[in-house]
Write a protein that binds this ligand. Structure first.
Ligand code: SF4
Length: 447
């Protein structure tokens, strides 16, 4: 059991990146990772505390680890509510909040001293990744300066803190060298990157660049791999990166959570409250980059949402014709300002609106995917199964978007990039036949 650490990572991709950093450090110091509680000398649990269901999952996991092992260190978003954890499990060894890498590592040292002779050569240059080898998350900042009334992330993760450009570009370069073909740029607010540094000017490989969203996208675009932007807040300066998408520097894909379309609701949410401007901007983006894929998320059943507000949202969906859309029924988050708002929406109305929303969007999505039949798409293979091959096009982010499903074929491996012909579609996925292999020296299905 000496030097063996159990690690459980819960929550969003941002928490996953925190886990990767802690694990990388522990491995560099010679700790071994094990997958069972019983074999571990200590268990680290990186928790999520965003919504009630995530809090429950985190607490259940802590209780399970306490019962099976008894030496448990808790970190992550739920760590900001240490009293909730202590109430459920008074004997956890240590509690820290989100992105407290050094504190977690110190707590591990205290309860399971590091090996005398670290074997740091076992840690790859790009660090330990919990994603498949061909894609990786690049977390560009911590925290958030907004005050969306339904969200407690700023109170859990603090104000915006951007990582430096040289640090991010070095990390991105190492990931590429290690075989990563797709970088998923994440943060709480990707388009705010650099604001906290006052867009500090830095020297990168002999060039003067600024610590800002556009410069970061431009530099990542030089890597020649897929670069996908997530969690982009709809600031006007987001428009500036659309030409980089049209030029093929970064993927023509924008994940831009809009949350609602009714001005009254957007105001109550403390979000930018002008959906007409948003529609005009979407049109402009499509003029500049006709292939752009737009993903967004929305909340239905927010306190005070009337039938009229909801109808405005459905109309917006029809007009915006977004490609990928996620929808959440509003659920009060402990500590969020929105809890104090009047006129909560009854659960059965939330449920009914959720289904109407999803039906509306499913029809839009099906129609947009149907138009791709007959087209050639470049796809990245995620998984080879006996019955079929699972891949994704430029329009599909892992875990949250659709798939491109291909027939089984010899010689295809995860991480290959292929040209395929789209033959069929349904509400969310595409079906395709092989055309040619672009990279990785593989061959097509009939070879
Ligand atoms: S921008 Fe995102 S992280 Fe920031 S407060 Fe709003 S919902 Fe929360």
């Amino acid at each position: 059991m000496t030097n063996k650490v159990g690690f459980v990572s819960l929550g969003c991709p941002k928490a996953l990146v925190d886990s990767e950093r802690i694990i990388t450090q522990l491995r560099a110091e010679g700790y071994e990772l094990v997958s069972s509680y019983e074999d571990a000398g200590v268990v680290v649990i990186n928790t999520c505390g965003f919504i009630d269901a995530a809090v429950k999952e985190s607490l259940d996991t802590i209780k399970e680890a306490m019962a099976a092992n008894g030496k448990v260190i808790v970190t992550g978003c739920l760590g900001a509510k240490a009293e909730v954890i202590r109430e459920a499990c008074p004997d956890v060894l240590h509690i820290s909040g989100a992105h407290a890498y050094e504190e977690v590592v110190r707590a591990v040292h205290q309860h399971l001293p590091p090996p005398a002779d670290p074997f740091s050569q076992l840690v790859p240059a790009q660090g330990i990744k919990l994603t498949p080898r061909h894609y990786a998350y690049l977390k560009i900042s911590e925290g958030c300066n907004h005050k969306c009334s339904f969200c407690i992330i700023p109170s859990m993760r603090g104000k915006l803190q951007s990582y430096s450009m040289p640090q991010l570009l070095t990390e991105a370069g190492k990931l590429k060298e290690a075989g990563v073909q797709e970088l998923l740029v994440i943060s709480q607010d990707t388009s705010a990157y650099g604001l906290d540094t006052r867009y500090q000017q830095v020297n990168w490989q002999g060039k003067e660049i600024q610590t800002r969203f556009y410069d970061l996208c431009e530099q990542l675009g030089e890597l020649g791999i897929w670069v996908r932007l997530h969690y982009v807040y709809p600031y006007p300066h987001v428009d500036d990166v659309i030409p980089l998408m049209a030029e093929g520097k970064i993927l023509p894909y924008l994940d831009i959570p809009l949350q609602h379309a009714s001005p009254a609701l957007l105001k109550a949410m403390k979000r930018p409250a002008n959906s007409e401007n948003t529609l005009a901007r979407i049109q402009k983006w499509r003029q500049i980059c006709p292939d752009i894929t737009l993903r967004s998320t929305f909340i239905v059943g927010f306190p005070g949402e009337t039938e009229d507000d909801f109808e405005q949202l459905l109309e917006f969906l029809q007009e915006a014709q977004l490609d990928r859309v996620g929808c959440f029924q509003y659920s009060p988050v402990n500590g969020a300002a929105a809890n104090a708002l009047a006129n909560p929406v009854p659960d059965e109305i939330k449920e009914e609106r959720f289904h109407r929303f999803m039906q509306t969007q499913a029809a839009i999505s099906a129609e947009r995917l149907r138009k791709k039949i007959g087209r050639t798409e470049t796809v990245l293979v995620d998984e080879v199964r006996e019955e079929h091959i699972i891949a994704r096009s430029k329009a599909d982010a892992p875990e949250i978007d659709g798939l491109v499903i291909l027939p089984p074929a010899q010689g295809i491996e995860a991480g290959m990039m292929l040209d395929v012909s789209i033959t069929d579609s349904d509400a969310y996925d595409l079906y395709a036949e092989y055309q040619d292999v672009l990279a990785s020296g593989a061959f097509s299905s009939d070879e």
